[in-house]
Write a protein that binds this ligand. Structure first.
Ligand SMILES: [Zn+2]
Ligand SMILES: [Zn+2]
Length: 387
């Protein structure tokens, strides 16, 4: 595969081997466990007196690196930067706070400046996770686990012979534990395909009228009739929990006939842990499901668990970031989110066109009867559901 898409970064590494080697270097056999607190460090270095402690602190102080011509560094609060310049809060009189509108406004302002709100040019939204590592259910030990960041991109249609001008857009970013199986990540990946198959419902007025506007909530996005696979390095990892049919057979046969790709292996996704993988950090890999829905995935970071990460194994795979792509607005009223697509209609200047339920009904139906020729499909958009 590297002959087709040239390697720009990173060597192929086995995660387990690389991090075992790294841990051994971090923690030689003479040390019982890796120091996690300042007290551990003191014990390890055999520091007993205050004078020795001061000497250590002076020797590792960042001030030792300071130069006279350094650019001064200030603490920056990103929320303050987003606040409108020149606006200062004024003290609100107690009398005014008796008004409900004032209370609502103050409440809204306090939320607005303390959450990460998607802004016009913010492409991604980082999800805030409240970490409580004092909880009894914490079962992970810092520096003993491997954390892997996996980015999943929105699906795109590639047509042979046609270049794609659109760059892949990030859909979700997960952090997984090295000890987790590939199926655990697959079950968390959101894709609107899970609501399909999308049939033409233009003749079924009742169905359109009664259609829910919100997608049904599903925590497990892997449906029983969906098979899927990851292609990582030179191996297909099939999800064979529901079917034992190997859908990658034809692709592998085609690959083996080509000199520039080379043969590929096939394994079950269920029995493979992330730390067993051979990966190239930053290199595009494939996740394919629902027959032809293709997502690029990539491993963007691999590191050891730190004390300020969540130490609960149940928190992983942890959804860290989602695309903040805007909703698709109805192309008739321009106010409500589109929940249908209409195709092959001569009543619009575009094809397909995205419509809300009200506009679809008022534009294309009279007394519940379809007017003209067109096809209508349910549309769920690309935004992941965040519970
Ligand atoms: Zn998909
Ligand atoms: Zn509308």
């Amino acid at each position: 595969m590297e002959n087709i898409y040239r390697i720009k970064c990173g060597e192929l590494i086995n995660i387990r081997a690389k991090f075992t080697e790294f841990k051994n270097e971090l923690c030689p056999t003479s040390v019982a466990h890796l120091p996690q607190t300042y007290e551990d460090v003191k014990e390890l270095l055999d520091i007993r007196s205050g004078a020795e402690e001061e000497l250590l602190e002076d020797s590792i102080s960042l001030n030792n690196l300071a130069q006279p011509d350094d650019i001064p560094i200030f603490d920056v609060n990103l929320h303050d930067l987003h606040a409108k310049p020149g606006q200062k809060s004024i003290e609100i009189p107690k009398k005014a706070m008796r008004l409900r509108c004032m209370r609502h406004r103050v409440e809204e302002n306090s939320v607005r400046y303390h959450t990460n709100i998607p802004r016009k040019y913010n492409r991604y939204r980082y999800i805030e996770h409240k970490i409580d590592n004092t909880d009894e259910s914490c079962d992970l030990v810092p520096l003993e686990e491997i954390l892997i960041t996996v980015r999943v991109y929105e699906p795109f249609v590639y047509k042979r012979g046609e270049g794609t001008a659109r760059k892949p857009r990030l859909s979700q970013e997960f952090v997984v534990l090295g000890r987790q199986e590939l199926t655990e990540l697959r079950d968390k990946i959101y894709c609107h395909c899970q609501f399909g198959p999308f049939k033409d419902i233009s003749n079924d007025f009742e169905s359109i009228k009664n259609q829910e506007t919100e997608p049904p909530e599903e925590t497990n996005t892997n449906r029983e009739d969906d098979f899927g696979f990851f292609f990582i390095a030179d191996t297909f990892y099939n999800d064979d929990r529901t079917t034992k049919t190997d859908y990658t057979k034809e692709i592998r046969e085609w690959m083996s006939r080509r000199d520039d790709i080379g043969p590929a292996q096939v394994k079950s996704m269920q029995n493979v842990k992330f730390e067993d993988l051979n990966v190239r950090v930053g290199y595009p890999q494939l996740y394919r499901h629902y027959v032809n829905c293709e997502h690029i995935i990539s491993f963007t970071d691999i590191r050891l668990l730190a004390p300020d990460d969540s130490l609960k194994s149940t928190d992983y795979p942890l959804l860290r970031c989602v695309s903040s792509s805007k909703m698709t607005l109805c192309q008739v009223c321009g106010i409500i989110e589109a929940t249908f697509t209409v195709k092959k209609s001569n009543a619009h200047i575009q094809d397909p066109v995205f419509l809300c339920r009200n506009c679809l009904i008022s534009f294309h139906y009279i007394d519940g009867k379809k007017v003209g020729n067109f096809q209508a499909f349910r549309y769920y958009g690309n935004r992941p559901i965040i519970h």
